[in-house]
Design a protein around this ligand. Structure first.
Ligand code: SF4
Length: 310
């Protein structure tokens, strides 16, 4: 069971004011070093004054930054596009653009700006520290989907697990999944190492990006599969995806597919899922025996046991 609905919602029994106070105290305690929060650095610059900039811009002079403003609402525009000018459908993707600073922010403006950069993340970070995160497990999220997304509820737990690993890893989303398949079925994700930044931000329930990706995974998982020597059982679309990836790599266009475009074979999450599928198939079929050839330039006077040259 997910957490009871009456206890979900704000995740912050003390309200936003308490969470904002905790954030400010946490930054203040760091002194001149400031705090890194996902991809930004939060710094106290004076009495009740704060600055936010990209963590990779901390050593740049303020004059070299393209946008410097005290308007916290400017953070909205910062969060919209990547450095390459592409739309960012997921604000916790690790592709926040650089070249800006939000300065002279009071505590409220700091909170507002951070909430535009990373919606609800400061609240969830605070709830994570306080132990008050309210999660909704996958089965419940899937059950409330309708229309073309309704069938995602059919995904079995091991497929949900691979979908999470492909869709939610640090390389594609900086939140940390806090939900499970359901109350009795843990995701059992492998450890991911330290979170990016000093502030782990839990993900309390699957987002719309995840649901949309889960639908694509369902299409792949439903397709008939063919046994391919050395690769295992792959569907026709997966085989075509391998070709498309090789073609894009050869053309130097790999990585140009948009983040939410899951019909595109070279979409990053699609490729991550394929990599997990291939690893699973390898584990299922086991290592193939080495080809019957001698080791190149074998110097041994006494051959190894089983050497095909003997
Ligand atoms: S469901 Fe996954 S991709 Fe979506 S916000 Fe949570 S961790 Fe990130």
């Amino acid at each position: 069971m997910s957490d009871a609905s009456r206890s979900r919602g704000s995740h912050a029994p003390g309200g936003i004011a308490a969470a904002r106070r905790a954030l400010v105290e946490w930054i203040d305690a760091a002194g001149e070093a400031g705090r890194s929060f996902l991809q930004v650095r939060l710094l106290r610059t004076g009495d009740g004054q704060y600055e936010i900039r990209h963590a990779r811009d901390v050593h740049r002079s303020i004059l070299s930054l393209e946008t410097v403003t005290s308007d916290p609402y400017a953070a909205r525009a910062v969060a919209q596009m990547t450095n390459r000018g592409e739309h960012r459908p997921l604000k916790t993707a690790p592709d926040l653009r650089q070249g800006w600073a939000l300065v002279d922010l009071d505590a409220r403006a700091l909170w507002t700006a951070l909430d535009y950069l990373y919606p609800a993340c400061a609240l969830h970070w605070h709830a994570g520290r306080e132990g008050t995160v309210r999660v909704t497990h996958w089965r419940e999220v899937a059950a409330r989907q309708s229309g073309i997304y309704g069938a995602v509820k059919l995904l079995p737990p091991d497929v949900v697990r691979n979908t999470v690993r492909a869709c939610c890893g640090d390389a594609v989303c900086l939140r940390r999944v806090a939900w499970e398949v359901d109350g009795d079925t843990p995701l059992q994700l492998p450890p991911e190492g330290d979170p990016v930044g000093e502030a782990p931000v839990p993900c309390p329930e699957a987002c719309s990006m995840f649901v949309s990706f889960a639908r694509q995974v369902l299409v792949l998982e439903r397709a008939p599969r063919h046994e391919l020597a050395g690769l295992g059982r792959l569907g026709a679309e997966e085989i075509e995806q391998v070709r498309q990836i090789a073609t894009a790599a050869a053309a130097g266009t790999l990585g140009s597919a948009r983040e939410g475009e899951f019909s595109e074979p070279t979409n990053r999450r699609r490729m991550r899922y394929l990599a997990l599928r291939l690893a699973d198939e390898k584990a299922r079929t086991g290592e193939l025996p080495a080809p019957e050839l001698p080791c190149e330039g074998c110097p041994r006077a006494v051959p190894c046991r089983g050497c095909p040259m003997v």
